[in-house]
Design a protein around this ligand. Structure first.
Ligand SMILES: Cc1ncc(COP(=O)(O)O)c(C=O)c1O
Length: 396
């Protein structure tokens, strides 16, 4: 890390991020590269953004080609690339219509607006249903998405949640049923696999009950797949591995290979709510991000990808199981290549720091939890290298 860069950051960037002491100047495949050419095996992937590795040649080519022709034109006009991305996303969820955004929070904001509009037929003085959200969930940092983000710690400083947002304890089916009993519900939003809180796949019964109760009460069942979607969990979407059928699916992160893009994909009754003027965004779905997303969606459609993602995840899990047998790891949670491990000792942040020294980038979501989000282009040997590093550090 160059000192002058750190000094500029400290003086001029608002201190909202707990940064790691690492500067990167380039990325290639499964690796990030530092200013002196140091290479880091990246198991963070920009928090599940660079799922096909850094600077994938097909994504880079698509961006270059599009940037030379048209960068921006606004959503007043049509572009083929945006329409084609919408078609592909629609196909991935079995039919739906898309609102494009620039981030995951905005994709969820759109979903919440759809639910809100359905539940306020006579304007804000007549809100007929609450949004239910799950304990320890994360749906974004805007005021509405933070209201639906499941922990008082994140909300309190901002006087949240807003009215009409109610928390449901994670995986508590009885509490879920009670939440639908105590008052009308407009929507339930959940990540099928909670990412930011340390990779918690929600229980099948909990999610299936949520979907059933939403159907019964004409509430919208919203799956936030911003982190878990687009191949990460060994299927196009994690909810598909649960056999669910959401009204709305939100995506972002990996959609445009590292460029900012999100999408709210509304199905059936949820697609009938918004009309011209109800919602919009200047940059969203622009030509360059759309071209990048088309390249990503083509990579996602390649034969055998989901099997490979599952196999890589299983290989990483087998290293973690060995650590579990040795008493160094106490809980392992995984769906596809979205993996979390709780350590027996609160040393997760020390593991991350030691990893940087060894040229390995890992993520700690708390003092005890490591989250692994390697790219899909990672090799078996690279998984083993991380397993060996963990074994060495934790004392296998
Ligand atoms: C499940 C989930 N939803 C929403 C978000 C917010 O996305 P963004 O940071 O792009 O606004 C995140 C970000 O980590 C996420 O993991």
């Amino acid at each position: 890390m160059r000192r002058e860069v750190l000094a500029l950051d400290q003086q001029y960037v608002l201190p909202t991020y707990a940064r790691l002491p690492l500067e990167v100047v380039a990325g290639q495949g499964a690796e990030l590269i530092g200013p002196q050419g140091q290479r880091y095996l990246d198991f963070v992937t920009g928090l599940s953004v660079n799922n096909f590795g850094h600077c994938h040649p097909r994504v880079v080519a698509a961006i270059r080609e599009q940037a030379g022709r048209l960068i921006h034109c606004s959503n007043l006009f049509l572009t083929a690339a945006q329409a084609q991305v919408a078609e592909r996303l629609s196909a991935l969820v079995g039919g739906g219509r898309v609102f494009f955004s620039n981030s995951g929070a905005e994709a969820n904001e759109c979903a919440l607006k759809i639910a809100r509009k359905r539940s306020t037929p006579n304007g804000e003085s007549d809100v007929r249903g609450d949004v239910l959200f799950v304990e320890n969930s994360f749906h974004g940092r805007t005021i509405a998405t933070l209201s639906a983000t499941g922990g008082p710690a994140k909300q309190a400083a901002f006087g949240l949640p807003l009215p009409h947002y109610r928390l449901v304890p994670r995986n508590d089916v009885a509490a879920l049923e009670e939440a639908f009993r105590v008052g009308p519900v407009s929507a339930l939003i959940a990540e099928p696999v909670q990412g930011e809180s340390g990779v918690w796949p929600l229980a099948q019964e909990f999610l299936a009950t949520a979907e059933t109760l939403c159907r019964r009460d004409d509430a919208l069942f919203i799956m936030d797949e911003v982190q878990s979607g687009l191949g990460r969990c060994g299927a196009a979407f994690a909810y598909q591995r649960y056999g669910l059928c959401p009204d709305i699916v939100t995506v972002a992160k990996s959609l445009a290979g590292g460029l900012p893009m999100g999408a709210c994909i509304a199905r059936g009754r949820a697609a009938e709510v918004l009309v011209a003027g109800d919602h919009g965004s200047t940059f969203a779905g622009g030509p360059v991000v759309s071209a990048a997303a088309l390249a990503v969606l083509e990579l996602l459609a390649e034969d055998g990808l989901f099997d490979r993602v599952r196999a890589l995840g299983a290989r990483l899990e087998s290293w973690l199981r060995r650590l579990e047998e040795a008493g160094k790891v106490v809980d392992i949670r995984r769906l596809g290549l979205m993996v979390g491990a709780d350590l027996a000792e609160p040393v997760a942040k020390h593991v991350v720091a030691a990893g940087i020294e060894q040229g390995i980038l890992l993520n700690a979501t708390s003092d005890v939890t490591l989250r692994f989000l390697p790219s899909f282009v990672v090799t078996e040997d690279q998984i083993d290298r991380v397993g060996e590093f963990l074994g060495g550090y934790l004392g296998l």
